[in-house]
Design a protein around this ligand. Structure first.
Ligand SMILES: [Zn+2]
Length: 185
């Protein structure tokens, strides 16, 4: 399970492996935590006390330090895997739900026609619909989008990036995801 790292103001920053989180605990880098501990790591015997060190990992940790405001304003990076989760693995043209191998990152305005590689110009399509549309515009191909693209918020992006998200983490992130997001559906 991964740990959700926040900055000290509560904005999500990253997913950490248990080992990375343990390093933060050990260096006193954690400001506060949310949720019940889900894992206890045991370290070496401390020479002074003779006790074995123990670190309890919480699902959500806020790290000490200043708040990087620039990162907060950036649009989340677009990747195909995140795009497919945003669109719930559903083809925007035929409405079918497909396994990853059948999905493609479809440019609504083709890049060959000046379309950009952005969250707003990309949608999930199955291989066959992508091939059918080719390098045409929607109007030229006589095709319509069954749902619309959107730019995920930073909270939503953390969900799109997560591998196995614990309930505490999902509740925290979803509470900040805009009501219109497909992730609520
Ligand atoms: Zn399709």
């Amino acid at each position: 399970m991964d740990v959700l790292q926040l900055d000290v103001s509560g904005r999500p920053q990253a997913w950490l492996t248990a080992q990375e989180a343990a390093t933060l605990y050990a260096s006193n880098g954690i400001a506060w935590t949310l949720g019940e501990p889900f894992l206890t790591l045991r370290g070496g015997i401390q020479r002074t006390t003779g006790l074995q060190s123990r670190i309890e990992l919480h699902p959500i940790v806020a790290v000490r330090g200043s708040v990087p405001s620039r990162a907060w304003r950036q649009t989340p990076a677009l990747t195909s895997s995140k795009l497919f989760v945003r669109d719930r693995h559903v083809c925007a043209y035929c409405g079918g739900r497909f396994p990853l191998l059948q999905l493609t990152r479809e440019h609504i305005v083709p890049t060959s026609r000046g379309g950009v590689d952005s969250w707003m110009n990309c949608i999930t399509a199955c291989r066959s619909c992508n091939g059918r549309k080719g390098s045409r515009l929607l109007s030229e191909a006589g095709m319509e989008l069954l749902y619309l693209p959107y730019v995920p918020s930073l909270y939503e992006d953390m969900i799109l990036r997560g591998r196995r998200i614990m309930t505490d983490q999902m509740e925290f992130l979803l509470a900040c995801v805009p009501a219109g997001s497909r992730l609520h559906g």
